[in-house]
Write a protein that binds this ligand. Structure first.
Ligand code: HEC
Ligand code: HEC
Length: 176
């Protein structure tokens, strides 16, 4: 399922499950783009990365940020301090003043922990399950995930008994 990745690339991806999730989502654009240039992690470009790998490339960082923004249905200014709107938007990206950015860091760590400590141990859907949870899994295009609407519980103990001639479930639950 992974495109033709050289070893170095694979190591980079392994380093950060979060980054690779977004790389896969973003498709192979970043991968093929990077192949054209000598693979050189530009770790001097970003100055305030506390969760993402310091070896992240420019393309990986931007792909990750676009993935986050799309997952939350928001734009860069939701988390980043905007310093200008005219003639074009400008940001102070390393600035941590916005609480949303600090929350997003916690969320990056949480998502990583969910994948590495839990999802990766449930291998029912193959290797991809190890990186199955992304921001989108919960957020679905909203900054605050939707909650389940209130409604009648599907079944209450002591409720009307099942019809005596009700057919048994076609497939009994399998436990392995
Ligand atoms: C939901 C919040 C959120 C959104 C939306 C978001 N970012 Fe970020 N961004 C972060 C967080 C958190 C970090 C720091 C990650 C870390 O500490 O490893 C960061 C870091 C960065 C950095 C590195 C700054 C540095 O030098 O340390 C850049 C550049 C950046 N984001 C660009 C963008 C762009 C461009 C967009 C819009 C496409 C965007 N971000 C949208 C949360 C967000
Ligand atoms: C397991 C579910 C889950 C996942 C995965 C998840 N989030 Fe969240 N996130 C939540 C919940 C729930 C809240 C609301 C918390 C609250 O009540 O304030 C939230 C809140 C936030 C907020 C604050 C919203 C606001 O604007 O006030 C940000 C920012 C955020 N998440 C970013 C992210 C990012 C970025 C990712 C992926 C790296 C992510 N989340 C992954 C469940 C999740």
């Amino acid at each position: 399922m992974l495109p033709h990745l050289d070893l170095r690339r694979l190591v980079l991806i392994r380093r950060s499950a979060i980054v690779s999730v977004f790389l896969i989502i973003a498709g192979c654009a970043a991968v093929s783009q990077q192949k054209a240039m000598p693979a050189q992690p530009d770790n001097l470009e970003f100055h305030n990365l506390r969760v993402l790998s310091p070896n992240i490339t420019h393309d990986e960082l931007i792909a990750t940020m676009r993935g986050i923004s799309r997952s939350l249905g928001t734009r860069c200014e939701h988390c980043h301090v905007q310093t200008a709107t005219e003639p074009r938007p400008e940001f102070d990206f390393p600035n941590d003043a916005k609480p949303e950015k600090r929350t997003a860091r916690t969320m990056l760590l949480m998502t990583r922990a969910i994948n590495t400590e839990y999802i990766s141990k449930v291998n029912a859907h193959g290797e991809a399950a190890g990186e199955a949870v992304t921001c989108f899994t919960c957020h679905r295009g909203h900054t605050v995930p939707e909650v389940m609407p209130a409604g009648p519980a599907p079944q209450r103990p002591g409720a009307a008994p099942a019809a005596p001639n009700a057919a048994p479930p076609a497939t009994p639950p399998v436990s392995r």
